[in-house]
Ligand binder design. Structure first.
Ligand SMILES: [Zn+2]
Length: 217
């Protein structure tokens, strides 16, 4: 049945023995839905990273299980990161396209963007870059519009990488004239870049939102 494919079983939670499964083969970490432990896959075994902090109450209509369409392709929200900074928090929703492709749908006060990780980050952006810095990357001309110190404060569902909760990082947002978005995160020696574009929520044909499920407020 389309949309009801069997999830990949990855074993039992090291804390509560509840059965854990992933929708995406590439996911490596999840929050146990039974006990709230943060569990990561390491080869064939599962490691417990302790109980994950609760996600903060959010105004986003998105939730785990929300489905939508992007570029004529169906996606499902399967995880989220809540990222706290000086003036509040924003959310990045991990989405699955089928069983093997993923992306991020970010929601910053109703401003949505779809992003995918890039293999190589831009070399001409440093962690101490200032707003207004311009650079070329992936055939586009970007300008740095925001530089924030942030940390991942909570996660939910399944995630594509092991997320160190509370570790500070520098988040840099860059845009071009055609609503493309490039984000770069600097944490310790790591540098992670994602590339995408702003999207209008009305074009995503969202279903199973919090509103649909009577969880709105
Ligand atoms: Zn558990």
């Amino acid at each position: 049945m389309k949309g009801h494919a069997t999830n990949l079983s990855v074993g039992n939670c090291p804390q509560c023995a509840g059965p854990l499964d992933f929708k995406l083969k590439s996911s490596v970490q999840c929050v146990c839905p039974y006990c709230g432990s943060l569990v990561a896959r390491e080869g064939d075994s599962l490691r417990n990273f302790g109980v994950c902090a609760d996600v903060l109450a959010s105004v986003s209509p998105l939730r785990l299980g929300t489905m939508g369409i992007h570029h004529q392709r169906s996606f499902e929200v399967i995880g989220r990161r809540q990222i706290t900074w000086e003036h509040g928090f924003w959310e990045e929703w991990h989405v699955a396209f089928g069983k093997s492709e993923n992306g991020w749908l970010t929601d910053a006060q109703g401003c949505y963007a779809f992003l995918r990780p890039t293999l190589t980050p831009p070399q001409n952006v440093s962690r101490d870059v200032k707003r207004g810095h311009r650079f070329s990357f992936s055939g586009k001309s970007f300008e740095v519009v925001d530089v924030k110190k942030a940390r991942v404060s909570a996660v939910e569902g399944e995630l594509p990488s092991v997320t160190p909760l509370g570790r500070p990082f520098v988040s840099i947002d860059c845009v071009d004239a055609k609503a493309h978005l490039c984000t770069v995160e600097f944490a310790e020696s790591e540098r992670v870049c994602s590339l995408g574009a702003y999207v209008l929520p009305s074009g995503l044909e969202l279903r199973f939102t919090r509103e649909d499920c009577n969880e709105w407020r």
